[in-house]
Design a protein around this ligand. Structure first.
Ligand SMILES: Nc1ncnc2c1ncn2[C@@H]1O[C@H](COP(=O)(O)OP(=O)(O)OP(=O)(O)O)[C@@H](O)[C@H]1O
Ligand SMILES: [Mg+2]
Length: 238
């Protein structure tokens, strides 16, 4: 469902992403971990076409990632939520429904606004929303089109505890529906249970890419070790 081959992204002379290769099968949920500055967001932005890649090939659903066909397949939740200043919460959902030709979108939009405590904010303009509310609108918009593939960049940041719990539940539901998900996060426990695979980035490279069980086995650690322990061990400076 996603193929990334030889992806390189330079910012000036700095290599933020350094020749990475990975793929996601349909229905796979993959957690993307890595210290600040590892290149997670840059990788996602290149995949979704927000940043021009320096080198490499990316396909989504077998189509070039910049094609219209590929763009119809996925949603992206950016690390910094951006909303339209002059659209209300409900107008954001209406806009997405129209842009993606979502039929019968209203009940789903109501359900999403209820889940994320946005019903009483439905008439509020984007510019008047708090950071957490913007994040909630961004998540609702991404879910409304019911995409096959979802790219979440730090989805829990700024959310209140109830929204975090609901987002975890939604992840499980998306997984059960066979959606393909790449989620970057620093909240390791939020992906530990649902991820089929963990990818760990450091300095623009992928330094670990396997199931949690295999990662633990490769490091000859006992079963008691947590993903957090493993992450800190893998990413520590020599
Ligand atoms: N617009 C930019 N211009 C120049 N350098 C950038 C830009 N965006 C990111 N970088 C650099 O690229 C590297 C990777 O950044 P990126 O945002 O992809 O990391 P990240 O893994 O998402 O980190 P975080 O966990 O803090 O979100 C960092 O060294 C960062 O300073
Ligand atoms: Mg980031």
């Amino acid at each position: 469902m996603l193929e990334v081959n030889g992806l390189v992204k330079l910012y000036g002379k700095q290599k933020a992403v350094d020749e990475i290769n990975f793929s996601l099968e349909g229905g796979e949920v993959v957690g993307l971990l890595g210290p600040n500055g590892a290149g997670k967001s840059t990788t996602m932005k290149c995949i979704v076409g927000l940043l021009r890649k320096t080198k490499g090939e990316i396909s989504i659903g077998g189509q070039d990632h910049l094609s219209t066909a590929a763009k119809k397949l996925f949603s992206y939740i950016p690390e910094t939520p951006s909303v339209y200043d002059l659209l209300t919460v409900e107008e954001h959902l209406q806009f997405i429904a129209q842009a993606y030709s979502v039929k019968e979108w209203k009940p789903r939009a109501e359900e999403l606004m209820l889940t994320y405590d946005l019903l009483d904010k439905r008439k509020k303009l984007g510019r008047d929303l708090s950071k957490g509310m913007r994040q909630k609108v961004s998540i609702c918009c991404a879910l409304l089109s019911d995409p096959q593939v979802l790219f979440f960049d730090e989805p829990m940041i700024g959310l209140d505890p109830k929204a975090i719990r609901n987002t975890k539940r939604i992840f499980r539901e998306l997984k059960d529906k066979g959606k393909t998900i790449l989620v970057s996060t620093h909240l390791i426990e939020s992906v530990e249970i649902i991820a089929d695979r963990i990818m760990i980035m450091k300095d623009g490279k992928i330094i670990g890419n396997d199931s949690l069980g295999n990662l633990k086995a490769a490091f000859k650690t006992g079963d008691q070790i947590t993903l957090e322990d493993l992450f800190l061990e893998l990413t520590k400076d020599e």
